[in-house]
Design a protein around this ligand. Structure first.
Ligand code: GAP
Length: 486
């Protein structure tokens, strides 16, 4: 069934499934939600936690010389002047004068290119995208407006081409520190976690006695006033980033950039993402702080889109903080007796985007062929077992004859090793389907034979095959499968 469903239909099904099965809810749902803000339900928060935990372990355990921090969301406002966010953290936008709807220019043009492709005008779409890239690379807003006019790109609401000029809008949220509302007290909700790492560079280097090359990892919330908020949790106004800044000797940044580019792709393979659904996308125009940048993109139902950015940030951030704070941000190399400002390679991934990636990769609608009788169907989330919210469901065949007690006793032996779920209501078939829908990789059915020989049937989510094994062996088997490589 999955193959037959068009991507346009598939994505709404994934969003509906995520809500119905307790993964992701619109924020403030009882008040009709808040645009581009979402809450994670019982299974979503477990999935998110598992991804976060694996990233953290891979960064701080599997890699030598990476330590973590947890910086505050609020930072001194000069941070954002130094980082360039106050002056340049903006996107080119355009407003339609009839509908009053505001668009990010690149999104508007990309959408039009997709339409052209759908109408078999692929060459024209490619030319349009190339022209757009060239304009963006030169900050040529007049050129972007000319493109929109020349290709007669319309607003999807008003269906007109009545556009304003292209303008820049800053994406940072601001608020007031203390009780007095004046300009001097304006502070910002951080739009990236990275600056908390840069500001703490010397604190960390000295206290953890780090020698270059070394990295600082951080997971935390970031906030951006995204104008075009769409595609579910792909583009949110409040989201979580997992960033790592790797400090290196000037001149070695190219080698480290290549290293982290390859290393990060391995991480996606480790969590079971098929390589065909991943690709690199080199930036045409790098951000104000970078001398090289690449995105790792995943093939979402709405096309290949960025999940992670790997940036060679030069010494821009530390130099800027040195300039604005008046504090030396230099490292002293005891081998060469030299002071220098380190260069930085950054890996930056959106945790929410990873949740979406896992859900999109896992969601399958399957037809089950039956030899006798009509075909059956199921919706299954084939989440890699180590990331699955629930690892094992233990299901007593009946509610009597001591089977529930055996099931609960088995859960007691497993629950400190991995997340278990107990259910006794409904037929076994219905219970299997519910576990398929939340992505539980293993179900164990406790039956009357279990009472005699301590064996039970384990049913595998993906193949739906079943086998009878001793309970002790089932626990060992699951414990081994749910470990991710470090
Ligand atoms: N420190 C560098 C930085 O923030 P970025 O490319 O702007 O770079 C890094 O963001 C990652 O953060 C993106 O690849 C994406 O996964 C995630 N991200 C950015 N904006 C987001 C948003 N509005 N909603 C969800 N995730 C977002």
């Amino acid at each position: 069934m999955n193959k037959e469903k068009q991507p346009d239909d598939l994505f709404p099904s994934i969003i509906a499934h995520a809500k119905e099965y307790g993964f992701i809810f619109p924020s403030s749902d009882i008040y009709e939600g808040l645009s581009a803000v979402y809450d994670y339900g019982p299974y979503g928060c477990e999935l998110k936690r598992n991804i976060r935990e694996y990233w953290w372990q891979w960064m701080t355990l599997a890699h030598d010389h990476i330590v973590g921090i947890d910086a505050a969301i609020f930072m001194h406002p000069t941070t954002w002047k130094a980082s360039g966010h106050i002056d340049s953290f903006s996107d080119p936008m355009i407003d339609n004068l009839d509908s009053k709807k505001r668009y990010r220019v690149d999104h508007l043009i990309e959408l039009h290119a997709e339409e052209l492709k759908k109408n078999n005008q692929t060459a024209l779409a490619d030319t349009l995208l190339q022209e757009m890239d060239a304009c963006i690379a030169q900050d040529n807003f007049t050129g972007l407006k000319e493109l929109i006019d020349r290709y007669k790109i319309k607003c999807s609401v008003s269906n007109t081409c009545n556009w304003t000029p292209v303008r820049q809008f800053n994406l940072m949220f601001s608020t007031q520190l203390g009780s007095v509302s004046d300009e001097a007290n304006t502070i910002y909700l951080r739009p990236e976690t990275a600056q908390g790492i840069f500001a703490n560079f010397l604190n960390v280097q000295k206290t953890a006695r780090m020698k270059i090359p070394f990295g600082i990892a951080q997971v935390g919330k970031a906030f951006r006033n995204e104008i075009v908020a769409r595609q579910f949790i792909f583009r949110m106004r409040e989201f979580e980033q997992m960033e790592m800044q790797f400090f290196v000797k000037p001149g070695s940044q190219k080698d480290w950039y290549i290293y982290w580019k390859e290393e990060r792709l391995k991480w996606y393979k480790n969590i079971g993402i098929p390589v065909d659904n991943l690709r690199y996308h080199d930036h045409v125009k790098t951000a104000h702080y970078a001398d090289a940048a690449v995105d790792i993109e995943f093939n979402f139902p709405f096309g290949f889109k960025e999940v992670e950015g790997i940036h060679s940030r030069t010494d821009f951030d530390l130099s800027q903080h040195q300039k604005f704070s008046g504090k030396k941000m230099q490292y002293f190399d005891t081998e060469t007796n030299q002071h220098f400002i380190p260069y930085v390679i950054e890996t930056s991934v959106g945790l929410d985007r990873l949740v979406l990636l896992i859900l999109c990769n896992a969601y399958k609608e399957e037809v089950i062929k039956k030899e006798n009788g009509p075909d059956d169907s199921r919706v299954v989330l084939k989440i890699p077992p180590p990331l699955a919210p629930i690892k094992l469901a233990v299901l007593p065949l009946t509610k009597k004859d001591g089977l529930p007690e055996i099931a609960r006793a088995f859960i007691d032996t497993c629950k400190t090793s991995f997340k278990c779920f107990y259910e006794e209501k409904d037929t076994i078939g219905k219970r299997y389907r519910r576990q398929d829908a939340i992505g539980t990789p293993f179900c164990v059915t406790i039956d009357h034979q279990t009472k005699d020989d301590q064996t039970a049937t384990i049913r595998y989510r993906d193949s739906m095959l079943q086998e009878r094994l001793p309970l002790e062996e089932i626990k060992k088997k699951i414990s081994a499968i749910i470990r991710l490589p470090l």
